[in-house]
Design a protein around this ligand. Structure first.
Ligand SMILES: [Zn+2]
Length: 149
């Protein structure tokens, strides 16, 4: 028996359950129908930030504190994870909408080496493809964040 594929409802539920509300972009709490990529985006952040940032506003990424290029690369890492989660959920249309909804200075940022290093550090180059395996990973991330305090 094969496990069922991820779907958009799974991504929303897992986001609401595991991504601390305090860390989320405000727009992701009640996204419009054409912005239903937000849940995957928040999961993308959760899977690519340092444990100490989980539960902090904007995952501890701060305008004026975190270097601007680092902010861009963290966004791109979240978007990269989001794109793949949405593809697993057969909603690549939403991944395209996410790119459209992201400002060009982020999307067009040329240096992807740092993004690749962030993904590698957080073991996010390969992602779980079922709800159960994704939920297992999210539990580990949240538990590691608790342990870091
Ligand atoms: Zn973001």
């Amino acid at each position: 028996m094969t496990a069922p594929r991820l779907n958009l409802g799974d991504l929303r539920e897992l986001c609401d359950r595991y991504v601390p509300a305090r860390s989320r972009h405000r727009d992701s709490i009640h996204p419009a129908d054409d912005e239903l990529w937000w849940h995957a985006h928040e999961l993308g952040h959760l899977l690519t930030v340092d444990p100490s940032g989980v539960g902090e506003p904007m995952f501890g990424l701060r305008d004026g504190v975190t270097p601007p290029t680092e902010l861009v690369c963290r966004e791109l890492a979240a978007i990269d994870v989001s794109r793949r989660l949405l593809a697993s959920a057969a909603r690549s249309d939403l991944a395209r909408a996410e790119l459209k909804g992201t400002d060009y200075s982020t999307v067009g940022y040329p240096d992807r080496g740092r993004v690749r290093r962030i993904l590698r550090k957080h073991r996010a180059q390969r992602l779980p493809r079922t709800r159960a395996s994704l939920e297992r990973r999210l539990r580990q991330v949240v538990a590691a964040a608790r342990g870091s305090r």
